[in-house]
Design a protein around this ligand. Sequence first.
Ligand SMILES: C=C1C[C@]23C[C@@]1(O)CC[C@H]2[C@@]12CCC[C@@](C)(C(=O)O1)[C@H]2[C@@H]3C(=O)O
Ligand SMILES: O=C(O)CCC(=O)C(=O)O
Ligand SMILES: [Fe+2]
Length: 357
Amino acid sequence: MHTKPYTMINQKHLDLNSMKELPESHAWLSLDELPSDSSSTPDQVPVINLKDPNAMKLVGHACKIWGVFQVTNHGVPTNLLEQMEAAGRKLFALPIQQKLKAARSPNGVSGYGVARISAFFPKLMWSEGFTIVGSPYEHVRKLWPNRYNRFCGVIEEYKEEMNKLAQKLMFLMLGSLGVTMEDVKWATTQRSCPALQLNSYPACPDPDRAMGLAAHTDSTLLTILHQNNTSGLQAHKEGTGWVTVPPIPGALVINVGDLLHILSNGLYPSVLHRAMVNRTQHRLSVAYLYGPPSNVQISPLSKLTDQVHPPLYRSVTWSEYLGTKAKHFNKALSSVRLCAPLNGFADANDHNGVRVG
Ligand SMILES: C=C1C[C@]23C[C@@]1(O)CC[C@H]2[C@@]12CCC[C@@](C)(C(=O)O1)[C@H]2[C@@H]3C(=O)O
Ligand SMILES: O=C(O)CCC(=O)C(=O)O
Ligand SMILES: [Fe+2]
């Protein structure tokens, strides 16, 4: 990882779906700066049934130890997940020239393009993405000038259901720390402006030298990820290494993001994760990136701080933090840290040592 953005490589809009060989622009020198879990009984990311009477405790434990877990019985209708996946598949199957009509502009947030974190790496990623912030209509209309209603309808319904689940998860995550929704009034009274990120990872002719989406943490409070039935997502666990998060039909993956890390004063560390690719299968994922209302100041909750546990981070708004992330990438969290960790080591989640490419 480099802190200074690279100048964008010219060939950034290659049609990956038709490539028979891995181009140099996408050939990474090393994929494993951090080790993988090679133990005979690998650690497994927790799977939590949200209808379990112990769900709150289980969620809290998973957030502390892993920063990532899967949920079942989450209330999002299976057919909506299927419709969303089919819509994503349809979008990425469009000819590249058509997709480029909805290209994300250099300073824009919504639209089609390469992973925006590409600027921090010397090589490009084996993926394409479509980001939707706010209404989907403007960008989707550019893809299907006459038939955008159905796609947009699925997006709107998906965002609605994901919002309900995100609120439920916030209640469980914070509840487990003894924090009530009364303590974070903005979480119930003001609406957030989430982002939807559709990711496509075409089958890759040389997967051992390619990276789908490089290691990063999300800037969110939490992210809800739907992955199709193809493996690829890996989460990093301190002391263990990279652990695959296997697709479970109907389950959703939940990541702790940087803003929840700040809000919980580091009790819930944000999870470093990445997406790998494979030789034969096309992988698709849809991430719902949930944050606070964009101008609410987020700082460590006063219930979680005292003289022995001082606030570790200064307050930031989501929009300010997104700007910091765009500039400093994986050093964003340490850039808003107030005091150095007592043991003199960097935050477990600073991830400054991640070097790739
Ligand atoms: C709200 C957002 C979070 C995000 C930047 C964005 O404005 C829209 C896309 C999001 C995403 C998805 C892939 C990983 C990520 C780091 C990225 O580059 O774009 C996240 C951003 C983030 O969490 O900072
Ligand atoms: O595709 C995946 O599994 C990961 C996607 C992701 O991390 C993201 O969109 O932020
Ligand atoms: Fe992510």
